[in-house]
Design a protein. Sequence first.
Lengths: 204, 204
Amino acid sequence: MGLRERKKRATRRALQEAGIRLTLERGLENVTVEEIAVEADVSTRTFFNYFATKEEALLGDVPATPDEQVRQAFVDGGPTGDFVEDLITVLITFLVSTEDLATQRADMLLRKQLTEREPQLVRGLLARFHNVELELAGAIAERTGADPEDDRPQLLAAASMAVMRHTMKRLHYSETEEPADVRAKIREAFRRLGETFAPPSNTD
Amino acid sequence: MGLRERKKRATRRALQEAGIRLTLERGLENVTVEEIAVEADVSTRTFFNYFATKEEALLGDVPATPDEQVRQAFVDGGPTGDFVEDLITVLITFLVSTEDLATQRADMLLRKQLTEREPQLVRGLLARFHNVELELAGAIAERTGADPEDDRPQLLAAASMAVMRHTMKRLHYSETEEPADVRAKIREAFRRLGETFAPPSNTD
DNA sequence: GAGAAATATTGCATGGTCTGCAAAGGTTGG
DNA sequence: CCAACCTTTGCAGACCATGCAATATTTCTC
């Protein structure tokens, strides 16, 4: 990785960290883009070369962009063949980026604090979830070979996002939290939905 | 209803209609608040007395604020006693405001065009759904007498919103669409979720 | 009805977000 | 070291949104 690329990453990170720190200190309304830029030692104009909006700098890269390999495996009917289990595998990749686990946990905790302090930011998160939902719906449609007219993939994707948001709220991002725990929590949520909305059993 | 109230409603409606019309004509980016205000024959400042943001004027009042009576009936375990059926009853009230049916259908159609033309507006809609979700979670918790620690109500509310968004997309708001059809569509969506995520049957 | 109280509208000033453009600065590769 | 390339920066400007004080309109009271 060249110098140019390294500098860009550093600047991006500096802007995000400055934004998050200042916002946690003073609240979103009392932090201007100019202040964030000063803190990160760049011009205001440069801030907007990195982020289209102030919000975007704070929200970071969650949910992560899906791993293309995982997506393809899902579309091809893998990795286990069980729809819900494979769906969970995909959902987990949305939650986990390529960075190291410790950094990511710290980030998630910061973001959690941020959205608690500034509920307006939830708006942005929901918009991102919606984008993921659209992608997921596409993947489900491909896997099931659904007709383009068939809207079931969209419904399942929407419900999956509900489960995902719910699970994210329940995670505490501590060191003792294993990836397997995440899977178990997602599985449990799906099971609850199944229980609650299951059609009457065919005992009539 | 006094003159003042009538004028306020007229102004509000004029602003909404002007905003929607201009946006459909030219696109959201090419319509300023000032132009909308001029079109509605009020000052720019007055626009912001009615709506906090430009977006808000376009999105209107959907989802509708929930009917308190319906909410209470749900909390009390009614109207039928069947959880999912009663849930659907509540969801339907979110979709239907107090205005007459024809006006509402026309409005919904316009909004549908609007969000298709300007996907950014979906953001605002999602935020509204999220607010409804929070209210619904509260109502479910009350009805089921869930412990405040219990997060199942939140999950069910989130899934309900998934179903609701899905159903709204499927509605075509035509004259031949009966309220009963809406209920049937929602019921069908819940049933599909139940089927897909149902736990393995207890035949072991 | 006339005047007082309540409420709505408006203009103005202001601060903040975000964009386009062109100049200046740093990085890369030959 | 130079030339191509990319990034940063300053500047001007459009627009959104808010607070405040003045003005206009409606409603209430007598």
